[in-house]
Ligand binder design. Structure first.
Ligand code: EPU
Length: 432
């Protein structure tokens, strides 16, 4: 297995390039099978999750060719409209194949995802939404089996409560080639969904209201192949902004490139500036200058344009460096706090009560052996390791590799003492 070893206390300097968006790449990849023929997707990050999704597409019968950050997906024949348990359990977003396969083949057998590392993550809205479009749905040995009567869905209306990125994507994948019109109320307006809809439109889908809470779809007979470019990753951008705020040299700017500031959401930018950190937004860059003293700013996560749940673990580390006590409340996922016991092992004074963490800032963090439990938890441990005294060893970084491409190379090039090494998790400790 691999781990990251970070010798803390070095300053972040220079430039950090932001990678391409994971959570946009996955729906784009799913959409590629709606068109017969060869779709080209550019700026697809090289990550475990995109590799798993390529596998999902291949299982359905597509040919997927990967050349660096470019994917060529030949979906001329989709003979096996299935996404099996072995892949869905590795990557929940494989469930997008329900809508994509129904839209393309009129039938789909897709394994139900179970819980996830931080608790239940239901897909009831995906299923109910697709049912509302006219699909018949059965549960067979843990798989959802969906069928469009007469091979084509009729179309229909569905209101999401709560609003959901995944359900919006799945319903749209199924609705764009339906016979009739469809409407999604309380649709997600996250940039991931908006960019995904841009690809659908480029393929010939008829959509209105993208980026608003009501999306209307006029079904079309078929869609065409496209050559489409993915957008930069907003969560990696936010993670790097936090990194610069806590480990940049006060008064010296760190430049983040390939940055889409408009994808961060107003709340994050507003709250980030309230910490006293300077942030200058350019066309494709953000310059972040750490302050002498970070102000503690409490946050509550919510859907876009609110403070993203995918940045709350990283924000908690920022708050450990601020002077004063503050809180992080997650209203999107109530149990997403697996990083706290690991951070406690590094001297972080934080405790969880219900869906709120109270963080006492200003204490000195100490390097320790810690364990990644999920993607965002693992990057919060990297941030903590960067500001801790001594050496931090972060195990099970396969979680990190799901969503951050070459993180340690980027940080090392910007002054951080970090390396990836092999280790044996089950090796006995040295005897005395
Ligand atoms: N929800 C339901 N029923 C459903 C679907 C969702 O009750 O059928 C609830 C969820 O429990 C949650 C809320 O709706 O409380 C919003 O969840 P959403 O469906 O929007 O999340 P998702 O689509 O499953 C995506 C990202 C997550 C990110 C969330 C929230 C992808 C592949 N995943 O998940 O990203 O946390 O939106 O923004 O796009 C990550 O990258 O680390 C990650 C977990």
């Amino acid at each position: 297995m691999e781990k990251l070893v970070i010798r803390g206390g070095r300053k972040l300097k220079g430039t950090l390039p932001v990678g391409s968006s994971k959570n946009t790449a996955l729906p784009l990849m799913a959409a590629s099978i709606l068109a017969g023929g060869v779709t080209t997707l550019r700026h697809i990050p090289v990550l475990r999750d995109t590799q798993t999704f390529s596998h999902v597409l291949r299982v359905a019968g597509a040919f997927v060719d990967v050349e660096g950050h470019q994917l060529t997906i030949d979906a001329t024949r989709i003979e096996f409209p299935e996404a099996p348990y072995e892949l869905v359990k590795k990557l929940r977003a494989s469930f997008y194949m329900l809508g994509a396969l129904l839209g393309r083949c009129g039938r789909a057998r897709v394994s139900l995802p179970g819980g996830c590392a931080w608790g239940p993550r239901p897909v009831n809205l995906h299923i109910e939404g697709i049912k509302a479009l006219g699909a018949t749905i059965d549960l067979d040995e843990g798989d959802i089996v969906a069928t469009a009567p007469g091979r084509r869905l009729a179309g229909g209306s569905f209101a999401l409560e709560p609003s959901s990125v995944g359900a919006t994507v799945n319903i749209l994948l199924a609705a764009v080639t339906a016979k009739g019109t469809s409407r999604i109320e309380n649709a997600a307006i996250e940039p991931d969904v908006v960019v995904f809809c841009e690809m659908l439109k480029a393929m010939g889908a008829r959509l209105a209201g993208v980026g608003t809470r009501t999306i209307e779809v006029e079904g079309v007979d078929s869609l065409t192949r496209v050559n489409f470019a993915n957008c930069p990753d907003r969560i990696e951008l936010g993670t790097f902004m936090i990194a610069a705020a806590i480990s940049g040299t006060p008064g010296e700017r760190v430049r983040l490139t390939n940055a889409r500031a408009d994808h961060l959401g107003e709340e994050f930018l507003h709250i980030f500036r309230r910490t006293g950190t300077e942030c200058v937004i350019g066309d494709t860059t953000i310059d972040v200058t750490a302050p002498e003293v970070l102000q503690p700013v409490s946050v509550t996560t919510s859907i876009y344009p609110g403070f993203p749940t995918d940045l709350q673990a990283q924000w908690t580390v920022l708050l450990t460096q601020a002077h004063g006590t503050s809180t992080v409340t997650d209203t999107v996922y109530f149990d997403r706090f697996n990083h706290i016991p690991e951070l406690n092992r590094m001297g972080v004074q934080a405790r969880v009560e219900n869906n709120t963490v109270t963080v006492k800032g200003g204490s000195v963090l100490k390097g320790a052996r810690v364990m990644s439990t999920d993607l965002r938890a693992s990057v919060s441990l990297v941030l903590a390791g960067m500001v801790a005294e001594g050496t931090t060893h972060i195990g099970r970084i396969y979680h990190l590799d799901r969503g951050y491409e070459r993180l340690e190379s980027k940080l090392a090039a910007a002054g951080i003492d970090i390396e990836r090494v092999q280790y044996d998790e089950f090796a006995a400790p040295p005897s005395r």
